[in-house]
Design a protein around this ligand. Structure first.
Ligand code: FES
Length: 152
């Protein structure tokens, strides 16, 4: 087992129900839970890989793939639909060359579809990480992403 992984899951190994907090810890540290992680967790918790996968797939919080450093959420709920959010989604997926739930190869962005960001009055709405953009356009989203990347 990779030394790094054992350090992450060590506090949970002797605890009843320790697999769940161990999975959270792995994801917090590594960004997602890899196939290797699943194999190693099964060994560490003395269960089958299928049991580990059952827990992962039961809860929406767990990810089996890397996720982008920046999460771009595009609202597709009713109020934004009347403000051309479908066209915006099409334009953004074309611009980035990604489908919804895909992550760029450089792991910079992940595109997500969401249903209401609580910003209905000035839609279409997009959220980049924790920042909501009203009356969103492709240009506004791309510019905000440039600002975020420049700050890092
Ligand atoms: S419907 Fe899009 S923010 Fe509410």
């Amino acid at each position: 087992m990779a030394k790094h992984l054992i350090n992450i899951i060590n506090p949970f190994l002797d605890k009843k129900g320790g697999l769940m907090p161990a999975l959270h810890a792995v994801q917090d540290h590594l960004g997602f839970i890899s196939k290797d992680n699943i194999r190693e967790l099964a060994i560490a918790f003395n269960c089958s890989q299928a049991e580990v996968i059952d827990v992962i797939t039961f809860y929406d919080d767990f990810r089996l793939k890397a996720i982008g450093k920046n999460i771009i959420k595009i609202c597709q709920a009713e109020a934004c639909q009347s403000q051309n959010c479908k066209e915006l989604l099409h334009n953004l997926t074309s611009h980035f060359g990604l489908n919804i739930n895909e992550t760029s190869n450089d792991l910079n962005i992940t595109l997500k579809e969401v249903f209401c960001l609580g910003n209905c009055a000035i839609g279409p709405s997009v959220m980049i990480n924790d920042m909501v953009i009203g009356e969103a356009t492709t240009e506004k989203v791309v510019n905000q992403l440039k600002v975020i990347n420049a700050e890092e």
